[in-house]
Design a protein around this ligand. Structure first.
Ligand SMILES: Cc1cc2nc3c(=O)[nH]c(=O)nc-3n(C[C@H](O)[C@H](O)[C@H](O)COP(=O)(O)OP(=O)(O)OC[C@H]3O[C@@H](n4cnc5c(N)ncnc54)[C@H](O)[C@@H]3O)c2cc1C
Length: 388
């Protein structure tokens, strides 16, 4: 089945949905609130499941790989002193790829004709009947056979459809993200202090993404000099952390309070589907939010291609995506809490356990823990001709 779809929100999830739907023959418009996409905005890692989902979008193996770097951050753990708790194997390919967020976003944008994405349009209302969905936005009203709410954690689509669903929940932690311009070579690592971590990913030649996560009593606290706040919290931590901070332009630092979304009873209603953070915003501790939104996009397009009506296809999408994404969100919340909210004893025990686990055993255990998440295989999208 094909038709006309409107995607609300031009983030990674919304653009992935537009690419997937066009690939299966749908006519798509993306409506995005901001008037221009910013180049600022750190990085993210994509695990094998997300890389397979990107490949299913038809961007090819090479497209995503060309704009990302391999990173060993899941296999290299250190203490603030620099002592290794776990070392990456000397050989082999790391499972993760790290991207500048803007590079991944641009890759998806480039897979769409220019007139598909309309910026500077904020959606404010939505009604539907059995035949169509009507949305109201700052420029006009529009009708479509299908509407996808990919409008992020504070989704208007979600609030309109489920006015009584609980909103985002603060997880008691805050994060600074930065992009350092530096020629120093890093292979990716995670440093674990008590109640805080420092993550490093290479994202492009001469560019390194870093993130500091730390406990916070309340959201919304901001500082005149955010970089200085990062320095204070990890003063004396091992090389090359101070060097990376020095090489980070202040305008490339973002400060984000970490929230997730309590489980929704459904991701769909009639002809409207939620996707990405709008449906299942999660803490970053499994590195999965964007990857899950790309998986959503592929599964949604495949369901629409194999069912006779939009509501039937959306029911199938909900059945496939809700359990997986809500389990991932729960695991991510627990993983983050174990580091951020660890007491002194728990911190020492975790570090000891990591240190005493031989690399060979870790190599066997890690796939078992992450297997169900990383082994996901996307459905094959029928290659319908994308409409002009
Ligand atoms: C610190 C941190 C680290 C992370 N690290 C990773 C990682 O390593 N790997 C990973 O996979 N994920 C990671 N994530 C998660 C990832 O960033 C998100 O899950 C992903 O970007 C969500 O994409 P989205 O398109 O669903 O939402 P968004 O990126 O929020 O996009 C929503 C879009 O909708 C637009 N919009 C909102 N309202 C309206 C409206 N009314 N009308 C029109 N447009 C509207 C917004 O302007 C925005 O462009 C991380 C998140 C954080 C906070």
């Amino acid at each position: 089945m094909t038709g006309h779809a409107i995607v609300i929100g031009g983030g990674i999830g919304g653009l992935a949905a537009a690419v997937a739907l066009r690939r299966t023959g749908w006519q798509v418009n993306v409506l995005e609130r901001v008037s221009a996409f910013a180049e600022v905005g750190a990085g993210l890692s994509q695990s094998p499941n997300a890389m397979r989902a990107l490949a299913a979008l038809g961007l090819g193996e090479q497209g995503p790989r060309q704009v990302s770097m391999p990173t060993w951050a899941t296999h290299t753990m250190r203490l603030p002193s620099g002592r290794h708790l776990m070392r990456a194997p000397a050989q082999g390919d790391p499972p993760l790829r790290a991207f500048r967020r803007s590079a991944l976003h641009r890759l998806l944008r480039q897979a769409l004709p220019e007139d598909v994405v309309r910026t500077g349009i904020e959606v404010t209302g939505l009604t539907q009947d059995a035949e169509k969905v009507t949305i109201t936005h700052t420029a006009d009203r529009q009708e479509a056979d299908l509407v996808i709410g990919a409008d992020g954690i504070h989704s208007v689509t979600r609030r309109l459809l489920w006015p009584h669903a609980p909103g985002p929940r603060f997880l008691g932690y805050t994060a600074w993200l930065g992009l350092a311009d530096t020629p120093i070579a890093v292979s990716g690592s995670m440093t674990m202090g008590r109640g805080r971590y420092f993550l490093i990913h290479p994202v492009a030649p001469g560019q390194v993404y870093w993130a500091l996560g730390t406990a916070a009593d309340q959201p919304g606290v901001r500082f005149d000099d955010e970089l200085e706040q990062v320095r204070r919290r990890i003063d004396g931590w091992h090389d090359p952390i101070a060097t990376l901070l020095k090489a980070t332009p202040p305008e490339q630092v973002r400060h984000i309070d970490i929230h997730d979304l309590p489980d929704l009873p459904s991701f769909t209603s009639g002809r409207v589907a939620l996707l990405g953070d709008a449906a299942h915003a999660m803490s970053p501790d499994r590195g999965q939010g964007a990857g899950q939104s790309i998986e959503d996009a592929v599964v949604l397009a495949a369901a629409l291609a194999t069912h006779g009506t939009v509501p039937e296809a959306l029911t199938a999408y909900d059945a496939q995506r809700r359990p997986r994404t809500q389990t991932t969100a729960r695991n991510a919340r627990q993983a983050g809490s174990q580091v951020i909210h660890a007491g002194p004893v728990a911190h020492i025990l975790t570090a000891l356990a990591l240190r005493l686990t031989p690399s060979a055993l870790w190599e066997r255990l890690a796939p078992r823990a992450l297997g169900p998440l990383w082994d996901w295989v996307p459905p094959t999208l029928p290659d319908g001709a994308a409409p002009k």
